[in-house]
Ligand binder design. Structure first.
Ligand code: ATP
Ligand code: MG
Length: 290
């Protein structure tokens, strides 16, 4: 799998002047591995370091939006903004603009999701424009990569058209996983999807910045063995320190807070782990070559 990772080379040249912002997706087609948890806290870690951050909830389940205290039932959300950006779908356009949909928590902005996003694939099925680059064009049209340092995307647990759009629009990918045999297989499929994106030639495949073992229990021997096996198959140095099963994460999410909202000693280690994820992103960005 490591060799597959190394083969993912850019296929097209990018425009000369590049915007400063980077899109980082938290991705795994497996459900419940910690994508939303990691995306949310890493967004706040980047914000703590002084970066301007926009979160995008591209999961119709809207879990990230709920962590921002935002429910869009009956209101417009990211799905409508994406449809608005497609000229051919003018009859479906709504009056809402980004400013009408954007919510802010602390210093972090969010474009929330909603139920309608589950129909995105069907809604865009008939258009003649490329369907894989709708999100990439949405960023460009709205100048979002000049407005923000980082756009953090929370992905649905699929490898469908939404995720292909996310892969085509992202420069970096973070992969939370639970160490077990199913995850190992899932990661193989993910790397195949990444290679497909590179093969399409319409966009450069994103760099995989980190594999994040989550909800790890070192008392379970099989988990330790699976973790060692998966780590050895990933590109060297990309598997980070495991996140254990932590009551603090459950507590912070129940209160719709990030780990940085807590001053207690028991949150220090988790804060350090998320700050480390933010540093992986910023260090990578410092050396990013367009
Ligand atoms: N390290 C952890 N310790 C304890 N609970 C955790 C940890 N990581 C995640 N959780 C909990 O596990 C559940 C699943 O996490 P999360 O929603 O982040 O996964 P996900 O990959 O986004 O799921 P989905 O694929 O459904 O979107 C949540 O209830 C979350 O609070
Ligand atoms: Mg999620």
């Amino acid at each position: 799998m490591a060799s597959l990772f190394n083969r993912l080379k850019p296929k097209i040249s990018e425009p000369a002047v590049e915007p400063k912002g980077k899109v980082i997706a938290f991705l795994n087609q497996k459900g419940g591995v910690g994508k939303t948890t990691m995306a949310y806290n890493t967004a706040f870690a980047l914000s703590e370091e002084g970066h301007k951050v926009l979160c995008l909830d591209l999961d119709p389940q809207s879990n990230l939006s709920l962590l921002f205290g935002c429910e869009r039932t009956g209101k417009h959300h990211l799905h409508h903004l994406l449809i608005n950006s497609i000229r051919e779908l003018a009859p479906l356009h709504v009056s809402s603009l980004i400013g009408d949909v954007l919510v802010t928590k602390g210093k972090v902005d969010l474009l929330p999701s909603g139920q309608e996003l589950s129909g995105f694939e069907l809604t865009v099925a008939g258009i003649s424009a490329p369907r894989q680059t709708i999100l990439k064009k949405f960023f460009e049209k709205n100048n979002l990569l000049n407005e923000y340092d980082y756009i953090i995307v929370d992905c649905p647990p699929t490898l469908g058209l939404l995720v292909v759009n996310i892969l085509c629009a992202s420069q970096g990918v973070m992969i939370p996983f639970k160490p077990d045999e199913f995850s190992r297989k899932g990661l193989t499929h993910f790397y195949e999807a990444l290679e497909d994106v590179a093969d399409m030639g319409i966009s450069r495949a994103p760099d995989v910045l980190a594999h994040i073992p989550n909800m790890v229990d070192l008392r379970r021997k099989q988990e330790v063995l699976d973790l060692e096996k998966i780590s050895s198959e990933m590109a060297e140095g990309t598997t980070v320190e495991p996140f254990f099963n932590r009551a603090q994460l459950v507590k912070s999410q129940a209160q719709k807070k990030s780990v940085y909202d807590f001053k207690g000693k028991d949150f220090k280690h988790l804060q350090g782990q998320f700050t480390n994820l933010a540093k992986i992103i910023t260090n990578w960005n410092e050396h990013y070559e367009h």
